[in-house]
Design a protein around this ligand. Structure first.
Ligand code: BEZ
Length: 159
C-alpha cells in the first residue's frame, strides 16, 4: 500500500556519498525532529529529473527553508556513487541531500515502486514529493507520466 499523509516513515537504511565514500543514513537519522521535503525520481541523470525536477528544488531551496523546511532530500533507486555524481553534476552543494535507495528498501516499504523492467531500468521509484514532519508524512503527491504535482514550486505553494 502506498504511504499516505499521517503515516510514519518506514525505518530503513539508505546511503549518501561523502568525501570518504558511501555512508549509511537511517530514515530515523534523516527524519527525526526535522521538517523534511523529500522528492523521489525514477532515475538519476534522466531527462525530466535532470532538467526540471532536481533543479527546481535547488533553485527553490532557500524559499523552502524560509517556510520551515530543515532538509531537502532527493531519493532515487540508484547507488550512492551515482547519486553523488549526479549531485555534483547538478551543483546541488549543500542545498539538497542526494539519497541512494540502492536496493529499493525505502521504495518498497513505502509502496512507491515503479516497474520500468520493460524499458531496461528495472525497479525504480515513482516520481513523488512529500513533506515529512518529525517522521510523519504531512503531504504526498505522486506524478504518473507527467511532471506537475511533485515540483518544488507546487510544494512551496502548499507550505
Ligand atoms: C525522465 O525523463 O525523468 C525519465 C526518463 C526515462 C525513465 C525514467 C525517467
Amino acid at each position: 500500500m502506498t504511504i499516505k499523509a499521517g503515516d510514519k516513515i518506514p525505518s530503513v537504511d539508505l546511503a549518501i556519498m561523502t568525501d570518504d565514500g558511501p555512508d549509511t543514513i537511517s530514515t530515523d537519522d534523516l527524519f527525526s525532529g526535522k521538517k523534511v521535503a523529500i522528492f523521489g525520481v525514477p532515475g538519476a541523470f534522466t531527462p525530466t529529473c535532470s532538467a526540471k525536477h532536481l533543479p527546481g528544488f535547488v533553485n527553490n531551496a532557500d524559499a523552502l527553508k524560509a517556510k520551515g523546511v530543515d532538509t531537502i532530500a532527493c531519493l532515487s533507486v540508484n547507488d550512492a556513487f551515482v547519486m553523488g555524481a549526479w549531485g555534483k553534476d547538478q551543483n546541488v552543494g549543500d542545498k539538497v541531500m542526494m539519497i541512494a535507495d540502492g536496493s529499493a528498501d525505502f521504495t518498497k516499504a513505502a509502496g512507491l515502486e515503479l516497474d520500468l523492467m520493460a524499458r531496461g531500468l528495472g525497479l525504480r521509484c515513482q516520481r513523488f514529493a512529500m513533506v515529512v514532519d518529525n517522521g510523519v508524512v504531512s503531504s504526498i503527491h505522486i506524478d504518473e507520466g507527467t511532471f506537475e504535482k511533485t515540483s518544488a514550486e507546487t510544494m512551496l505553494g502548499e507550505l
